[in-house]
Design a protein around this ligand. Sequence first.
Ligand code: SF4
Length: 214
Amino acid sequence: MDTYKRIGISWLHNQAFCEYQLFLKWVLKAPNLESIEVIEGDKSHGTQRVTTNEKAAKSGILPIKDILTSVKESTIVGTKFYRTDFRVECDIMIGEIDEIFISKSKILIVDYKPLPRTGIPFLDDKRQTIAYAFCFHREYLNITTPIFCEIKDENTGNQIWLHEYTVADDADILDATYRSLDIVNQKREPIDTKNPNKCRGCRLNSECPRRKDI
Ligand code: SF4
């Protein structure tokens, strides 16, 4: 049995949608899995951890901690650092941020999502975006610069939602993270959705003994 020490941040999406999906993916290893997971959560015997700073050093880009310092100390107004597909990782989660923007006055973490019909982002999309900020903050503990989370429409690039991350967000993120870890480590029984519409749209429904739409 695999033992997971960290979750992929995208797992929070599965956990909110249907916990049984998490179980199917990472415990039963549903054979029909598409390679949609950018990051697999770490297993205890998994691949060697490559830190953001090591990656940055190899690619010739300044480590984030140096960028944070140089941006802070710079006297040039508007000094900024911008990067796409930025990996963030801490002791309990790992993920890839679509875009990160760092300036003297703020850090902006951007996630691109489809525009919901209502125009209001789903709770799990918001949670996932806040989790990037949480993880970034946990990795760079000495950060005092305000961190903002933004969801943008993946088609137009327009802002859908903006939120300033604070430690008040942590309880929800920690609860969802440890719940996910307990499910994939088989310490907690996953709760399957009771909504047949979700099952209808679930990409694992052909593998699922608990689907409700049949
Ligand atoms: S088919 Fe339904 S119960 Fe099964 S994993 Fe998908 S959403 Fe959950």
